[in-house]
Design a protein around this ligand. Structure first.
Ligand SMILES: Nc1ncnc2c1ncn2[C@@H]1O[C@H](COP(=O)(O)OP(=O)(O)OP(=O)(O)O)[C@@H](O)[C@H]1O
Ligand SMILES: [Mg+2]
Length: 146
């Protein structure tokens, strides 16, 4: 499906709606240039998962984990400029297969091989400084509720 948003606020609101639909075990791959809005969308998803903490870009730490509603956790990864995921690949592999974790990955190229085929993929492009176009693929039962 295609979703168009016209502001950062709308991007967060869409993320919140998506976050409310997640049940645990989902893997989301966010694709888009620097400044596309991947982390902004993640902040919205975190709100939909009732994460209390302030979600920050994991660029320097590569991963951050937040506690979410109903015993779930949100694991947020950013592999920007990494040529080798190293031991982070092992950590990612574990989170991906943990049914109580929701995994969101930015700049996933270096770990593409370990991502499950049934993941949710969101490609974000920016037609203007404030508009964003999201192309979302994933399980039909989820997509149909967005
Ligand atoms: N509609 C919009 N949706 C999301 N962000 C927007 C929108 N309009 C403007 N912005 C701005 O675009 C920037 C998006 O930054 P963000 O950190 O989310 O991007 P990113 O895709 O995670 O980049 P990076 O690859 O560097 O991690 C922010 O400065 C935000 O204010
Ligand atoms: Mg980011």
């Amino acid at each position: 499906m295609i979703k168009e948003v016209n502001s950062e606020f709308e991007m967060r609101a869409f993320g919140e709606k998506l976050g409310r639909l997640l049940k645990g075990g989902e893997v989301l791959e966010l694709i888009g240039d620097v400044g596309a809005g991947k982390t902004t969308l993640t902040k919205g998803i975190a709100r939909g998962l009732d994460v209390d903490e302030d979600v920050q870009s994991p660029s320097f730490t590569i991963s951050r984990v937040y506690s979410a509603r109903g015993g779930l956790s949100l694991a947020h990864y950013d592999f920007y400029r990494l040529n080798d995921a190293g031991i982070m690949a092992n950590e990612l592999h574990e989170t991906i297969h943990d049914p109580s974790s929701i995994t969101i990955i930015e700049w996933a190229a270096v770990v593409e091989g370990i991502l499950p085929p049934e993941r949710i993929r969101i490609i974000i492009t920016a037609p203007s400084s404030t508009a964003r176009r999201l192309e979302i693929t994933g399980p039909e039962e989820l997509i149909s509720q967005l």
